[in-house]
Each structure stands twice: as structure tokens, then as C-alpha cells.
Design a protein around this ligand. Sequence first.
Ligand code: MN
Length: 274
Amino acid sequence: MKRILVTNDDGVRSEGLTALAAALEPLGEVIVVAPAKEASAVGHALTLHYPLRLDQLEPRVFAVDGTPTDCVNIAVAVVFKGLPDLVVSGINKGWNVGDDVTYSGTVSGALEGALLGVPSIAVSLKRTRERMDFADAARAAARVAERVLADGLPPRTFLNINVPRRVTHGFKVTLQAKRTHVTSISERVDPKHRPYYWIDEAQDEWEADERSDYQAVRAGYISITPLQPDLTAHRAIRTVERLLGVSAAPARKARRPGPEAAGKKSLGKARGVR
Ligand code: MN
């Protein structure tokens, strides 16, 4: 039987998490290991400076007083005692599209799964003021999860799914949107006359791109973006070599077979573990 780890960043009591776990139930043994409290926008943080507690709330539901990344690691080491067949993180209340994925605890839960060599998926739904309906997102997650459990994913790749409030089209494979980041900080004064600050939701100006996750969800598609942990700006390698006066040609020649061969070896290993 396939073993599925479900986590999130909205916290173990989030309805999105419960809906996701229920939708994945027909696909295997689902075990939830999620943050005890909301951990949205913690990104890929790993807790190293205080002890973490694991509380069993139900037979297959655990809470960790840490981040989604903590949850995935404790799940693998303590709960599963090995790698699960799939990690699914969500369903987040609010989209995680474009550059915002870098802040996302939801996306980082899946990122951590991918780094451990497990096929992983993050799922987010448009946030609405009224009570949110997770049915479409849960169904989409289960459909993608079923395909991924059957066929796997390319190594070091995970999927970021974003679901519109009303799905009017099918799935669309997209790329991460770009936006002009405008920071907005509110300053207030406390009773002791010292200033304090609130980080506001920044104003978003998205670069128009037909293929982007942002435009897909806006148009009613379920957006699926393949993401990877590698943040290297590959197209900038030569520019930076020139910038520093590092001779590009011999270095590239010497380097090229190295990482590729090493990558293939570790891939084999990761597959073996699974
Ligand atoms: Mn969240």
C-alpha cells in the first residue's frame, strides 16, 4: 500500500488539510504531520534552535510545533521511519503563484519532500472572505496525486498546483509568474511612543505572460507548475564569469562532466531508496 504524507502551513486544524487528507484516502495510507500552529509565509525555514514536540492527535494525525519543513523531516525520521511514496502539502488558503512561492510554507513542504527524493505536490486555493469550498482543489490534488504515484516525477522536481475559486477550464501546465515587488509597510506608534511596523500585502503588478501560473488561475484553469530546488541562474553563469574575469572556457570544460555524472549517480540512489 502506498504511503502518503500530508502536511501544510495553515496548521493541523485547517479545513484545507482535512479536505486534502480525505481526498487522498482512496490512494493509500494517509498520515498527516502538520504544524501545530499556523506557519504561513515561513518559507523553507528549519528549526534548529529549540526542541520540537510531536503530538499524536488522532491515530494518523500528528502535530509538530514547527514549520512545514520540520514536519516533513520529523515525519520521515520518526513517524514513517523511512520515505513515504508521496508528499502533498496544502490545501493552502490562498494562492501560491509567481514569486510568492519563495515565501510559501506550503510550497516549501513539497520542496523538502523533493529534496529528500520523494515525489511531492503543493496545493493552494484562492482565498475568499466567505467560507472556502475545498472540493475542486481536493479533487484536483487527488487526480494529480494518482498520476504521480503511478508514474513518478522527474528527479528534483515537484508540482505546484493552484486552483481558482471557480474552475471553468481544465489543467494547464504553467511557469512561475513574475511581478514587480512593491513593499508596503504601515508605521504605527505604540503607547510608549515607539514606532512599530506591519508588513502590508504588497501591491502586485504582474508581468503579462500567457504561460504564467497567475494568468492561468485568473482565467479559471487549474495551474500546475513544475518547480525545482535549483535556484542557479543558469543563463547568468557566463555573465558572472566575465564580470569577475574568470576564464570561462577551461573551467566549463573541466566542470561539465563532473556535476552531470554526480547527478546521475545520486539519482540512481534516490530511486533505489524509493
Ligand atoms: Mn498558508
